[in-house]
Design a protein around this ligand. Structure first.
Ligand SMILES: NC(=O)C1=CN([C@@H]2O[C@H](COP(=O)(O)OP(=O)(O)OC[C@H]3O[C@@H](n4cnc5c(N)ncnc54)[C@H](OP(=O)(O)O)[C@@H]3O)[C@@H](O)[C@H]2O)C=CC1
Ligand SMILES: C[C@H](O)[C@@H]1OC(=O)[C@H](O)[C@@H]1O
Length: 277
């Protein structure tokens, strides 16, 4: 278990009981795309911080072993987990995730919209199907899932936190990502507007903007050693990101540590974005 800063400052130890303070104790957290990569690291850190977790994934049979393993790891931490396999682009998937959280954990406190795809492709011959699949998976499904989570939080009447995993790509272009970058800018914009729409219910909405993080999503792209080294050399902290690098920032935005943060964007990129010259 990671010692953490106490919400009141200090060492992270509750002085009376000398136990680590957990930032998400008994919270019910939904994370989409949690079978692998950033979502998986976030699910584990949320569990370490005391949360029970609904694991969203595509529903593909090949993902099931990874999901079972994650459930076992969360249970070994003394927390509970369940999984919902359903396509992120389906407008009803958000309802299914929320239903699972209500049934198993009594409600929804945190919703992390993380599922996403980035099938690199040139612009001029972009197949219509690939464009539509990318926008549906990354953005359209997210809209309905955020709406479902927000309605549940409103019904509960105790506020909540919504985090969209956007990207540095919301701020910069990518010649092979013309279908992808608009979805990430869209998620950032969705969080800004939802922060206004949902603030009156105590529901905070923020965007997380990872830089280049080594996961399955870019395994092929970064297999090009020259590109990989170039990307690392553009990063002031001297290396590409790891899924774990995003887990802390996600917990921060999910927890009361960020109780006055809404409509914000948190860039977690090792400094890549500011490294122009
Ligand atoms: N890695 C990076 O450099 C960056 C990533 N991001 C964003 O972070 C998020 C997570 O990416 P990352 O961890 O790298 O990716 P991974 O490829 O490692 O994981 C993707 C996750 O999304 C799920 N997923 C994929 N397609 C669908 C679908 N159609 N329906 C439901 N779930 C689906 C996968 O489930 P399954 O296992 O079932 O396929 C998996 O859990 C994405 O939104 C990505 O755009 C943002 C900036 C940088
Ligand atoms: C998948 C890419 O490597 C990754 O995705 C993003 O959102 C980043 O901007 C990188 O391009």
């Amino acid at each position: 278990m990671h010692p953490v800063l106490s919400p009141r400052g200090g060492t992270g130890l509750n002085r009376q009981f000398q136990e680590p303070v957990m930032l998400l104790n008994d919270k019910s957290v939904i994370i989409t795309g949690a079978s692998r990569g950033i979502g998986r690291a976030a699910a584990l850190e949320c569990a370490r911080q005391g949360a029970n977790v609904v694991i969203g994934y595509s529903g593909s049979a090949s993902s099931r072993p990874a999901v079972e393993e994650l459930i076992a790891e969360i249970e070994a931490l003394g927390r509970r987990a369940c999984a919902v396999g359903a396509p992120a682009g389906d407008p009803d998937t958000g309802d299914r995730l929320v239903e699972a959280a209500v049934e198993h954990f009594g409600g929804v406190d945190v919703f992390v919209n993380n599922a996403g795809i980035c099938p690199f492709h040139a612009f001029l011959d972009m197949p219509k199907e690939l464009y539509l699949e990318t926008v549906n998976t990354n953005l359209n499904g997210a809209f309905f899932a955020v709406q479902a989570a927000a309605n549940q939080m409103k019904r509960q009447g105790r506020g909540g936190a919504i985090i969209a995993v956007s990207s540095i790509s919301a701020l910069v272009g990518g010649g092979m990502q013309t279908h992808y970058t608009p979805t990430k800018a869209g998620l950032l914009s969705l969080m800004q507007s939802c922060a206004i729409a949902l603030g009156p219910y105590g529901i905070r909405c923020n965007a997380l903007l990872p830089g280049t993080i080594e996961t399955d999503i870019n395994k092929d792209d970064l297999a090009d050693v020259e590109k990989r080294e170039y990307m690392a050399s553009r990063t002031p902290l001297g290396r590409l990101g790891r899924p774990d690098d995003l887990a802390g920032p996600i917990v921060f935005l999910a927890s009361d540590m960020s109780q006055y943060v809404t409509g914000a964007s948190l860039l977690v990129d090792g400094g890549m974005f500011v490294n122009l010259q």
